[in-house]
Design a protein around this ligand. Structure first.
Ligand SMILES: [Zn+2]
Length: 165
């Protein structure tokens, strides 16, 4: 199945889309070693501790990028999401481009809903943004699309990080 916007893409972009759609999982070597971090993340969010949440997300991102052999990322967790950004709920991925590192920004709460994001959806957002990074650096795709394959990769990481947790 392809999403509706596929039909509007150029031939080159359709090709990128199809490559993205064909990859269904991201095998994470020794992913179980990261399970304690996901438990700590749940607790940090429960306590609405932004600094700890950020530290744990950085450790998780480092754990994944080093295991997968892709460049490290910069990551920041902010308290409240500005109202101007509507595209994705709680996260943003920015390519390195001129900078030394790509940047992931996560928000603990939206401006509209002041409550802290639930642990599972927060973790999914982190993994979603990391999947954008993997598209460029692990799969060497020239662009990163939200394909069905993309969402499967996000879920694949999610289940590896939470298994037996
Ligand atoms: Zn996205």
């Amino acid at each position: 199945m392809v999403f509706a916007y596929y039909n509007k893409l150029s031939a080159t972009r359709k090709n990128i889309y199809r490559k993205s759609d064909e990859i269904h999982a991201v095998p994470l070597p020794d992913g179980t070693a990261l399970h304690p971090l996901t438990s700590r993340l749940a607790s940090a969010l429960e306590h609405e501790d932004r600094v700890r949440t950020e530290e744990i997300c950085r450790a998780l991102a480092r754990g994944m990028t080093s295991r997968l052999g892709v460049p490290p990322l910069r990551l920041k967790v902010l308290a409240v999401r500005p109202t101007t950004r509507v595209e994705e709920l709680h996260g943003l991925y920015e390519l390195a481009e001129g900078r030394a590192f790509a940047v992931i920004t996560l928000w603990m709460r939206t401006a509209k809903h002041r409550r802290v994001v639930a642990f599972r959806s927060f973790l999914r957002t982190l993994l979603h943004e990391i999947c954008h990074h993997l598209d460029y650096h692990l799969y060497h795709l020239p662009d990163s699309y939200h394909t069905e394959g993309f969402y499967k990769r996000e879920s694949s990481l999610f289940h590896q990080l939470l298994r037996d947790a």
